[in-house]
Design a protein around this ligand. Sequence first.
Ligand SMILES: Nc1ncnc2c1ncn2[C@@H]1O[C@H](COP(=O)(O)OP(=O)(O)OP(=O)(O)O)[C@@H](O)[C@H]1O
Length: 331
Amino acid sequence: MNATASAGDGTMIRLSGLSKTYPDGTVAVQELDLDVGRGELVCLVGPSGCGKSTTLKMINRLVEPSTGLIEIEGRDVTHEDPVKLRRGIGYVIQQVGLFPHQRVITNVMTVPLLYGESKATARERARELLTLVGLEPDLYGDRYPHQLSGGQRQRVGVARALAADPPVLLMDEPFGAVDPVVRARLQEEFRRLQRELEKTVVFVTHDIDEAVLLGDRVAVFAEGGRLLQYDTPARLLAHPVNDEVATFVGAEHGLRRLSVTRIDQDHVEPVDGVKAADLATTVAVGATLEEALALMLRDDRAMVGVTDGPRFVGVLTPAGVHRALRESLKG
Ligand SMILES: Nc1ncnc2c1ncn2[C@@H]1O[C@H](COP(=O)(O)OP(=O)(O)OP(=O)(O)O)[C@@H](O)[C@H]1O
């Protein structure tokens, strides 16, 4: 195995011919090939029982593969000590599994302490992480998990998974147990956090909306652990490879494309003599079509100004949105 080849090409995780058949004969994952780039956020999505969690748990060896190879940074980890392996991999699950009799700060400090950090350093690091996930340490650090909301507990789970600063983060339906409003906020915050930290993340969800919102790439699985398509959200929605994927991405995929298609200069109509200040409503190049439409609806206007930094580049109209969507189909 040429270790440097796969480490050098920007691949962080490479699964090759990975399969899992459980002892009772259930085929959970079949001959899976999947590469995850360094700093990439990949979502595994598909119906219940299609092998998403099994795939995730093979990466940190909570489940032993039946056949196939797992490489992390070009290193074959299939035969590595699983305990050592898991130190470099954060793991966040739906039932976050915080220690109920320990305060929030202590929960987050556990891992750094385990690695031999001094108490003062571990505490400082835990405070930083709590702040990073949006929990004011002075306010929440001394609480017990039962004194937090479900969403706050999930944030502590994310902070704890980040505590060892692992290059790889595995997340199994981490926001599945919270209500839709909190969930949307956690998703938004997590997206921001991910951009900031540049971790390599494999994220399991059964929710296609969550997958296309969060994923740089999305892997769609079918029953029996078959990978149907592995693509960017835009390509997945515009070009499902077969009817199975098309059915899974659903009849609303046109609407979803609004949320993954970003405005670029080509979508914009130039307007002579107009400056950004002349238009009440503007969006920046790179915002999504959905954001632009939402602003048009909010302000009851049939156009928004588009800016690129301080520069005004033109206006986007509903017709422009339509054109952009049609172009995204060609992509
Ligand atoms: N320990 C086990 N022994 C036997 N079969 C198992 C075991 N764990 C999972 N399975 C089976 O393997 C298949 C894949 O399960 P897995 O949990 O990976 O799916 P999933 O896509 O994550 O599902 P969900 O979205 O419902 O969590 C299912 O048919 C499941 O019943």
